[in-house]
Write a protein that binds this ligand. Sequence first.
Ligand SMILES: Nc1nc2c(ncn2[C@@H]2O[C@H](COP(=O)(O)OP(=O)(O)O)[C@@H](O)[C@H]2O)c(=O)[nH]1
Ligand SMILES: [Mg+2]
Length: 302
Amino acid sequence: MSLFSKFKNKLHKTSNYLSSNILNSFQNKKVDNQTLGELESILISADISLDVVEKLINSVRKVKTLDQDINTVVLETLAKEIEIILQPREILEENDHKQKILIFVGVNGSGKTTTIGKIANQIGNEKKVLIAGCDTFRAAAIDQLKDWVENNKNDFFSGSANQDPASVAFQATEKFNKENYDYLIIDTAGRLSNNTNLVNQLVKLKNVVSKINNDTIIETILVLDGTNGSNMIKQVEIFGKELDVSSIIITKLDGTAKGGALISIANKYEIPISYVGLGEKPEDLSVFSAKNFARSILNLEE
Ligand SMILES: Nc1nc2c(ncn2[C@@H]2O[C@H](COP(=O)(O)OP(=O)(O)O)[C@@H](O)[C@H]2O)c(=O)[nH]1
Ligand SMILES: [Mg+2]
């Protein structure tokens, strides 16, 4: 399956919602205040933020129908405008093959562990990958990560139950340094059982890692649950304030009609979107593509 077909298949909930409603509104009609008003409501209920909706409406307002089919013109105009917003958030494929430490953060259930499993699977076995389970508060979290590690044949490092996550990260980084791994991928908790502030704990973990390894690139990757729609913005605020987030991954876009919220995030934050999660299987993680996303959610062809 081509990358585009994958986006299109998996984003069908959002695209069904958007395209069928937009087609209904514009069927044989003109671009006027009534149709624009309807379009505005459709875009808002797909969890696209008001400032983005305003941009999109303004671009459609300028549409000259001429002899072209009005539906196609509207959808194409929206896709083009959305692509312009998303484009700067794409990550250019870097083939530097440098060593990297990736710290995954995000609330419970956002998809951190699953995404780590998928990424390690895509990195493949030519690279030496060490995965560290720093979600030490839930035994199930470590078991879930271990399943991925065993399937992928990666190396695994975990501490003891309830060990301080930062100290597990410390030991894992020592092992990474000593045994010359290509990647260290750190899984963290999304919720703590005691009163410790989660973000403070993550800042501490990151500081510990960078203290004992200051020549490897350290990336903090924020994982967001796409089914949360516009509530994702709150999480970018919480995590982004204290942690210098390198990139965002939005998961579960296969399970939501609120995929439009990705556009709001791209418009509001200058943080790259590296991947999108499109299902639960190892291959259901795709490099984010502005064009594929924009055209898929409007049910257009490549
Ligand atoms: N449909 C779908 N489910 C996902 C995706 N990513 C994760 N999940 C599921 O979401 C649930 C929570 O994921 P998990 O990785 O445990 O989240 P964590 O608490 O952040 O580590 C699990 O049941 C995953 O299988 C995705 O892209 N699509
Ligand atoms: Mg987890």
